[in-house]
Design a protein around this ligand. Structure first.
Ligand SMILES: Cc1cc2nc3c(=O)[nH]c(=O)nc-3n(C[C@H](O)[C@H](O)[C@H](O)COP(=O)(O)O)c2cc1C
Length: 227
């Protein structure tokens, strides 16, 4: 049985009215044009991300990344968006579970959800590795501890014991003592090139607004979706 104290109650009409008032602060009103402020999905995404950055407590660039494992099992985990140009870029260990999934099936879906502004963006498309120089530049911007960590962590593999990571960090610190920490071959970035980008904004009574952009050659086709 679900514990009622754990699950928030379904909003009442009064809750929705209060919520709608709070949403006005984020430019959400009856005029839908105020929310979907651009006809170009990357520009629109950048605007929403900037709004989220002002309101989220932390990690406004966090997203759920869904991939399909080599055995066909869907899998999802959070990563951080690190670049936004003609694609959505994140960095990770290429030998991790997600790295293995992307090697077998280089396609992914992303879901951003910003609770503070009650908005969601979903992105899907093929994924390609970033250029080595691009990965080098981003790796170099990370703290020395994070760079050592990238060498020491056998991401997604089972650890021998709770001290195994500490021992590997100490080993790498010794190996790189007094010199720069280069990017390991097994650590790099992936860029998702979207075929679809869907923008969703919360509305009272679950009558949310959804705007879908679908790639059509060089153009984007837009459609409204039922909530
Ligand atoms: C907010 C948040 C951000 C994260 N960002 C990253 C990231 O950018 N890269 C990464 O490899 N793991 C990141 N992680 C950890 C992943 O969720 C995951 O535990 C790890 O990458 C292993 O995933 P895998 O076994 O599916 O490959 C993040 C976790 C959280 C909660």
């Amino acid at each position: 049985m679900t514990d009622d104290a754990l699950i928030p109650p379904t909003p009442s009409a009064e809750d929705y009215a209060r919520e709608a008032e709070a949403q006005e602060a984020f430019g959400v009103s009856d005029d839908q044009g105020e929310v979907f402020t651009s006809n170009e999905p990357f520009a629109l995404f950048a605007e929403w991300l900037a709004l989220a950055k002002r309101h989220e407590a932390n990690d406004s660039n966090a997203l759920a990344l869904a991939t399909v494992a080599p055995d066909g099992m869907p899998e999802v985990r959070m990563v951080l968006l690190k670049d936004l140009d003609d694609g959505f870029t994140f960095y990770t260990n290429t030998q991790s579970a997600k790295g293995e999934a992307l090697a077998a099936n280089p396609r992914a879906a992303m879901c951003f959800h910003w609770k503070s502004i009650r908005r969601q963006v979903r992105v899907a498309g093929p994924v390609e590795p970033v250029a080595p120089e691009e990965a080098d530049a981003y790796f170099a911007s990370r703290s020395r501890g994070a760079r050592i960590g990238a060498w020491a962590s056998d991401q997604s593999r089972k650890m021998g014991g709770k001290d195994a990571l500490k021992a590997r960090i100490a080993d790498r610190e010794e190996a790189f003592e007094g010199r720069d920490v280069p990017r390991p071959d097994h650590w790099s970035g992936y860029r998702l090139m979207p075929q679809r980008i869907e923008f969703w904004v919360n509305r009272p009574h679950r009558l949310h607004d959804r705007l879908l952009f679908e790639r059509d050659g060089e153009e984007w086709r837009t459609s409204r979706l039922y909530p």
